[in-house]
Write a protein that binds this ligand. Structure first.
Ligand code: ADP
Ligand code: MG
Length: 694
């Protein structure tokens, strides 16, 4: 029954066409794919705890016997399947919602069972919800089975029709062939980093004999995955730095003029960051820099300095923002800052409107010095005379290609990418791996802590009373609702901006001007509302999340968020950043509708406790995991097979350091000691290197 690494999985004994199809769904097409289909976790019979010792929030492996089970309809008409087990020291309830008939069939009173899961309280009982489990079969042939003897059982991501048992058996069959794979990490690296050899690690990650095997095999693959990624990033970065760009001179005409005209002094963090940018622009390489800073930390003014530096050197500059509201606001603040500069600043929006063609012509002829726009900037028919500086605001809203397209409107423009989602520095280095990173980690003095609290929806009238007081004092208020209309049944209970608006205008706030802003309005309507709010013709602005980025109204002092339990942590923080921009004390009130999940509780309390964007993003990252947090596709971050860049941060930093050292000395990996690296790199990373780009 010989088969080779690159053979179709179908031909492995025990697979066949039907299972092969299911395995394909999991991304497993060949024998080799299967070897690299790593367990997501393990059920560990060694580390078993006594039920009596379990505490809430423990993640535990437990061994017990099934004493009873039943199904019941709950109050929410969700079917519940409950299994009761005992180990002689206590009882534990296992619980499944909407169980499949297949699941129910597994259980039999008296059978021995191993479970892995998180201990929770449910109706005052210790329980595990949807745990992993393994029932020990009593049949004779099972008794002799390999896995019954095995202490640590791998658990895989599955698809309907393929169980852990089946997968384990197939993988074991493949492993028993001792197919030999070529090592991909040179000996000198394995020795210095104490990494298991490839073939041994492949074996042990699927069939570990001990906790040490489990950890060591995993570490090898985590390191490998991150290390090759970092090799790629290192090469990209070295490339960037070699690529020739414009060397600009700090001529101090417009830049100094702006410095003198500013109504405030730059914070130390702003000065430092500006220095880093100016050095980049003066150097002969193309700037490719990420500017990170919390909402309101003053990124925009920094980008204006950078643009003026380009203009001093006879270049044009462009700034691209994700929404028209934001672009429009940038436009007005630029106009204000640059009023007496004799520069032509233009706004380019989407669609067809009077004057647009003329604007485009002036961009092409070089008459326009600075253009601000949305995706409108990357349309085919927008051409620049001499684009030297590109600013991209809220970078996560744009795809890799969009950012690239804008840069390609010039020859080698310097590029500044801005992000208001702060992430820890070491992670920024990987996620934005080939960029240089500047961080504004200090808020301007005018930014005060925003007092934040959450309150149950049945006490909303107290919030309204408080709002009225602020309104009577001359302040303005945002009320954010999650949805525009009652479109879907499942979300019908969500507060609806349109209804909220009508109701508030007619009742609670009838003495004030209430305005409505939502994503389905035309751009012109949105603009009008925004300006009315800015000019205080509107007191209370009811809105959907379209105000997430952009609006800057210093007189607004309350941000009230309906259904705050439904929002993500970073999003809430961004929304909150819309207030606290003026001289008055500001508040963020989170209105929650119970019951709320444990995770939502953590989000709400985090916001209440801190205004620090970096701290908030760390919690958010922990809660959502890196995949969700970064939005893999948009960030250009590859999907990881095994590494978790949050949990594996020490390995990540280690791998990064080594990768950069190697690339500095041996860019093409030509050195004989790096032969293994070169082979794998050529095969899997060279192509990606070209795609992975800012
Ligand atoms: P960001 O883009 O980082 O969210 P902005 O650049 O929009 O922040 O700055 C928010 C507000 O703070 C703007 O009105 C800006 O003019 C002002 N600002 C920027 N830097 C300072 C500073 N050093 N001192 C006082 N105000 C500042
Ligand atoms: Mg901004």
């Amino acid at each position: 029954m010989a088969f080779q690494l690159h053979d179709n999985i179908q031909f492995v004994p025990g697979v066949g066409p039907k299972r092969a199809k299911l395995l394909n769904k999991l991304g497993v097409k060949t024998v080799k794919d299967l070897l690299f289909y790593f367990p997501r976790d393990y059920l560990n019979k060694i580390s078993d705890k006594r039920i009596a010792d379990l505490k809430i929030n423990d993640i535990a492996s437990v061994k017990g016997r099934i004493t009873d089970f039943n199904t019941k309809e709950s109050r929410f008409q969700k079917q519940q399947f409950r299994v009761f087990i005992s180990d002689g020291t206590g009882y534990l309830t296992l619980m499944w919602f909407r169980p499949s008939p297949w699941l129910i069939k597994q259980f039999e009173v008296g059978k021995e069972i191993y479970i892995l899961g998180k201990i929770q309280y449910y109706y005052n009982k210790l329980c595990m919800i949807h745990p992993d489990f393994e029932i020990r079969q009593l049949a004779d042939k099972e008794k002799k089975s390999f896995w019954v003897e095995q202490d640590i059982l791998p658990l895989y991501h599955l698809t309907e029709g393929i169980s852990n048992k089946v997968l384990r058996k197939i993988i074991r069959t493949v492993l028993s062939q001792d197919l030999f794979l070529d090592e991909t990490i040179p000996t000198y690296i394995r020795d210095s980093k104490q990494l298991m050899p490839l073939n041994e690690a492949l074996h042990k990650i699927h069939i570990p004999d001990s906790n040490e095997d489990m950890a060591a095999s995993r570490k090898r693959f985590v390191f490998e995955e991150l290390f090759f990624l970092e090799l790629m990033l290192a090469r990209k970065k070295v490339n960037w730095h070699k690529a020739s760009g414009y060397s600009m001179d700090l001529k101090k005409t417009y830049t100094t003029k702006l410095k003198k005209a500013l109504p405030f002094t730059l914070t130390n963090a702003q000065k430092r960051v500006l220095n880093e940018i100016v050095e980049d622009m003066k150097s002969s390489h193309q700037m490719n820099r990420l500017l990170q800073g919390d909402v309101g930390s003053g990124k925009t003014i920094i980008s204006i300095f950078a643009m003026l530096l380009a203009i001093e050197n006879d270049f044009q500059a462009a700034i691209m923002a994700p929404t028209e509201i934001l672009a429009t606001q940038h436009y007005f603040s630029l106009k204000e800052f640059l009023e007496n500069f004799g520069l032509r600043v233009e706004l380019l929006l989407g669609g067809v409107y009077a004057g647009k063609e003329e604007t485009k012509a002036a961009i092409e002829s070089g008459d326009v010095n600075i253009v601000i726009g949305t995706h409108s900037l990357i349309q085919k028919d927008v051409n620049f005379h001499k684009l030297g500086m590109v600013v991209i605001d809220e970078q996560h809203r744009f795809g890799v290609m969009q950012r690239l397209t804008l840069t390609q409107k010039g020859q080698t423009p310097d590029k500044l990418i801005m992000s208001a989602t702060p992430i820890p520095r070491s992670l920024a280095l990987t996620v934005y791996g080939d960029l240089d990173v500047s961080i504004i980690d200090e808020l301007p003095p005018y930014k005060k802590e925003i007092y934040t609290n959450w309150i149950s929806s049945d006490k909303k009238s107290q919030v309204y009373d408080f709002i009225k007081k602020q309104l009577n004092g001359g302040r303005q208020v945002y009320i954010v609702c999650p949805l525009v209309e009652e479109s879907e049944k499942s979300i019908r209970q969500l507060a609806d901006a349109t209804n909220t608006y009508k109701e508030l205008q007619e009742t609670v706030f009838s003495k004030f001007n209430v305005g409505l802003l939502h994503g389905r309005m035309s751009n012109q309507e949105k603009d009008e509302i925004m300006h009315a709010f800015k000019e205080h013709k509107i007191d209370v602005l009811v809105s959907t999340t379209v105000i997430e980025v952009g609006i800057d109204v210093p007189n607004a002092t309350i941000m009230m968020i309906e259904h705050a339990e439904r929002f993500g942590l970073s999003q809430l923080h961004q929304l909150r950043g819309r207030v606290g921009r003026g001289a008055h004390k500001s508040y963020c009130v989170l209105v929650v509708y119970e019951p709320i999940s444990e995770e939502a509780m953590i989000r709400l309390n985090t916001l209440k406790e801190t205004n620090d964007g970096f701290r908030i993003s760390e919690v958010d990252l922990e809660l959502r995991g890196p995949g969700e947090f970064f939005g893999t596709k948009q960030s250009g971050l590859p999907a990881f097979r095994i590494a978790n860049i949050v949990r594996d941060r020490p390995i990540l930093e280690d791998a990064r350091k080594l990768a950069f050292e190697i690339i500095q000395n041996d860019y093409n990996l030509d050195d004989e000691v790096n032969r293994e690296l070169k082979e794998k790199y050529k095969k899997y990373y060279l192509k990606r290197e070209k795609l992975f780009s800012y």
